[in-house]
Design a binder for this molecule. Structure first.
Ligand SMILES: [Zn+2]
Length: 390
């Protein structure tokens, strides 16, 4: 029997659609069948009514970048000391010793804070993580991470059938994944019509390594057997990724902190989507991406929490509030919500199921926290100078 959900407001995230006051969403068998005002839909509805009260209903959230494999590292990794110190510490830790209890805690946290889908990077346990996510009820893309020098003989992507998600492949980075491995991984994802993801332009050492400059981080990688036949391309990370053919409309480029104006235009023109991870960059002690330039460029943008090795929690609304509070310029609530609903749903291949509240989509909702609503209703600081004293 169809059920009607009533809410004070609904941000459907249908492009161009206004926020609905006194909204009603009718759901049948887990699928949205009608969206409108309560006044219009209630008279013809027969079935239960759930009044959600004074809340703003939004689509269920999509976290475009996580590493659930690292859920057991919450609270253990150093903060604010820079990327190299963070990696050096990480390499001393039992990265692949999954702790099921802490993994389930992370999955519960995702669901409790409104997330319904993740784009998750799995370095070793892609198949297992897909099974765990399927059982959890979350939608997902699990990206099996390609790292190192060897192109696998058969496939980057473990075979596994799932109802709520797919497996695909991600490159770890330009400095830990051989360029031919990156090309092959991108080609396989493309041939299968799957999204491809890559950590890109995250920190200064990545820029130095690409430019062929001395880098203690490069020395660290070489001491661990990485990049032994690496020839610096002599260009910035974004340009190198573009020249390798890694950037197009099915690519999700993660971080994109160290970018020039030309890089931003290169990414925009490629059609790629960018996932910003503001709190992760801050946690590690790096710079923040030029968020305002990214927004102004019109590049499709998402937000991701990144892993619990570089973030305090997996609460995507907390990530969004952190971003909004520090954003210098105009940013609307709708623009912010698009970064955690419609845009990541589309790049992760779930735009026909999630990301908006409209007929035919899965009935997967979140409610916008009061702190986020309050931020957008806060009056602008006064720019009127104080009156001169008489
Ligand atoms: Zn990451």
């Amino acid at each position: 029997m169809p059920e009607l959900f009533r809410a004070a407001k609904a941000a459907t995230m249908i492009p161009g659609a206004p926020v609905i006051d006194d909204a009603a969403v009718i759901v049948s068998q887990g699928i949205v069948t009608e969206v409108g005002t309560y006044r219009c839909l209630a008279p013809t509805h027969c079935g239960p009514v759930t009044d959600l009260g004074d809340v703003t209903l939004a689509p269920g959230l999509v976290n475009a970048h996580s590493h659930l494999e690292l859920a057991h590292l919450r609270g253990l990794c150093p903060q604010g000391q820079g990327f190299m110190a963070w990696v050096e510490d990480l390499l001393t830790r039992p990265i692949f010793d999954l702790d099921p209890a802490l993994l389930y805690k992370a999955l519960d946290e995702l669901k409790r804070t409104g997330t319904v889908m993740v784009g998750d990077i799995a370095t070793r346990f892609a198949k297992e993580m897909a099974g765990t996510l399927e059982a959890s009820g979350l939608f997902f893309v699990v990206f099996a991470e390609a790292i190192g020098e060897a192109v696998p003989k058969k496939s980057f992507i473990p075979q596994a059938g799932h109802g709520r998600g797919v497996l695909s492949v991600a490159g770890h980075s330009l400095y830990t994944t051989h360029r031919e491995v990156l090309r092959a991984a991108k080609a396989e994802a493309g041939a299968r019509g799957l999204p491809f993801s890559l950590h890109l332009a995250e920190h200064d050492d990545e820029v130095a390594i690409m430019a062929g400059e001395p880098s203690a981080f490069l020395d660290l990688l070489r001491s661990r057997g990485r990049l032994l036949d690496f020839a610096p391309p002599g260009k910035g990370p974004v340009q190198h990724a573009a020249d390798l053919g890694l950037l197009d409309e099915t690519t999700l480029a993660v971080h994109c902190v160290k970018v020039t104006d030309q890089d931003i235009e290169t990414v925009r023109a490629s059609g790629a989507t960018v996932c910003l991870c503001p709190r992760s960059n801050h946690f590690i002690g790096g710079d923040r991406a030029p968020w305002e330039k990214w927004v102004a460029s019109g590049t499709p943008l998402c937000l991701g929490t990144d892993s619990l090795a570089s973030n305090h929690d997996l609460d995507l609304y907390a990530e969004a509030l952190y971003f909004a509070e520090r954003f210098e310029g105009d940013l609307s609530l709708t623009e912010l919500l698009a970064m955690i609903t419609r845009t990541p749903a589309r790049i992760l291949g779930a735009g026909d199921r999630l990301g908006t509240i409209e007929p035919g989509r899965v009935a997967a909702f979140s409610t916008v926290p009061a702190a986020v609503i309050d931020h957008f209703h806060r009056p602008f600081p006064s720019t009127i100078p104080p009156a001169p004293e008489a």
